[in-house]
Design a protein around this ligand. Structure first.
Ligand SMILES: NC(=O)c1ccc[n+]([C@@H]2O[C@H](COP(=O)([O-])OP(=O)(O)OC[C@H]3O[C@@H](n4cnc5c(N)ncnc54)[C@H](OP(=O)(O)O)[C@@H]3O)[C@@H](O)[C@H]2O)c1
Length: 380
């Protein structure tokens, strides 16, 4: 295969006799892998490790299933200007990690290719120009990649201090899910105080976060949630006013009944194509559909005339690929508006399961089976 080499690094996967070469072509954001059997005697591998400190991390031997994830050793990152090096105590699994593992969600240019979008831990060192944080502080951070490791680098503007009442494991559940829920439901969805809000996917990380946030920040709003049969009761207990079993009911029909034909004002959707028509049918006049995922496909037909007449908006949104400064602004807003709710105990991150870092593959399988309710944590 012929690719322009953007970066080549030597990685060792524990318990195997292999070296993985990760080649990234940053121009078109594609990554390929080749694997050589070396018996641990490859001089290039030994030379490539010379001169940097090795850390443990979950490495991906090739794109595909969870069996391709294994604990190995790689280079410890270094905090550059404006960055912070964090000794990771906990990270968590997010659905986008699975999409990245399958080869369909490359990290933004310059970010680590190791999986993991959020970490909690202790500041190890700070790069030039960072005066807001010092070594030894308990922090949690949004990272563009690199969370499944002993050390991770984050931009200082993407780091927040952990409130005293939260553990590392709890703090590792906040960034990717609660910021996604906050940004898309509140900042982009612009709900009014007594609006009706439809949240798809009752038991997931983003969705449980969204339920908690709407309940706390908009106590007069009506929360409608779709969930699979086994999660309906738990979603109701968490604070949803109406729960629709998406396995057995048509959510569009149920919404019609619940809202007496008016529709909902805001929808947070991660199903994409499969739900587009019913989402548009369920949206009220001037309603906002915010699409953050494509679990149900990427292409669908849209009745533009209806959208026009009903003055509806469809908003697409991804957190990870936003510029560093834009993410810092979102995080500053989140830190001011939402973090006091965690510090006061009004909201507690929901941890479903905890796996040791070495069992990242099992954690991915658990998420793919869909038995979790809330977040899956990796203890580092
Ligand atoms: N755009 C962004 O910036 C951004 C950031 C983070 C995540 N995301 C996206 O947000 C989504 C959720 O991520 P996550 O980490 O919270 O994953 P997760 O914990 O695995 O949650 C996914 C949820 O989707 C639900 N679901 C599956 N099929 C459904 C259907 N047909 N109708 C309604 N719900 C359905 C599942 O509910 P049941 O278990 O009840 O089946 C599950 O709880 C993913 O698509 C992810 O890519 C986007």
């Amino acid at each position: 295969m012929s690719v322009k080499i953007g970066h080549v690094s030597g990685l060792r996967i524990s318990g195997t006799e292999s070296v993985c070469l990760i080649r990234t072509n940053y121009e078109n954001q594609t990554t390929s892998f080749s694997q050589q059997t070396t018996g641990g005697r490859n001089p290039a591998y030994r030379n490539s490790l010379a001169g940097f400190i090795v850390m443990k991390a979950i490495l991906l031997s090739e794109f595909g299933g969870a069996e391709n994830l294994a604990l190995g050793e790689t280079e410890t990152p270094v905090a550059g200007p404006g960055q912070v090096l964090i000794k990771v105590a906990a990270t968590s699994v997010n659905r986008p990690d699975i999409i990245q593992r399958q080869g369909n969600y490359p990290p933004p240019k310059g970010d680590s290719e190791i999986l993991g979008l959020e970490v909690a831990g202790i500041v190890e060192s700070v790069g030039d120009g960072v005066d807001s944080l010092v070594a030894g502080e308990r922090v949690f951070a949004l990272v563009g990649g690199g969370g499944y490791a002993e050390y991770a680098v984050a931009y200082a503007g993407h780091v927040m201090k952990i409130p005293d009442n939260l553990s590392f494991q709890q703090a590792a559940c906040i960034c990717e899910t609660y910021i996604t829920a906050y940004l898309n439901t509140f900042v982009l969805g612009e709900p009014g105080p007594a609006d009706v809000i439809l949240l798809h996917g009752g038991g997931g990380g983003v969705n449980t976060a969204a339920i908690q946030l709407v309940q706390t920040l908009l106590p007069q709003a009506t929360i409608v949630v779709t969930a699979s049969t086994g999660k309906v009761d738990r979603v109701r207990k968490l604070g949803a006013h109406h729960v629709i079993d998406y396995k057995t009911q048509s959510f569009a029909d149920e919404i019609k009944t619940i809202t007496k034909g008016k529709g909902v004002n805001v929808i947070l959707d991660h199903i994409g194509a499969a739900y587009l028509a019913d989402n548009m049918k369920s949206l009220a006049l001037s309603g906002r559909l915010v699409v953050i995922g494509i679990m149900g496909g990427i292409k669908s037909e849209l009745n533009i005339a209806l959208m026009m007449v009903k003055r509806q908006k469809i908003i697409g949104s991804v957190l990870r690929s936003r510029p560093v400064t834009e993410k810092a602004e979102i995080i500053a807003d989140f830190n001011k508006t939402v973090m006091p709710l965690f510090a006061s105990g009004k909201i507690t991150p929901l941890i479903s399961d905890v796996f040791p870092l070495a069992q990242a593959a099992a954690a991915h399988r658990a998420m793919e089976q869909g038995s979790h309710f809330g977040k899956i944590v990796l203890d580092v």
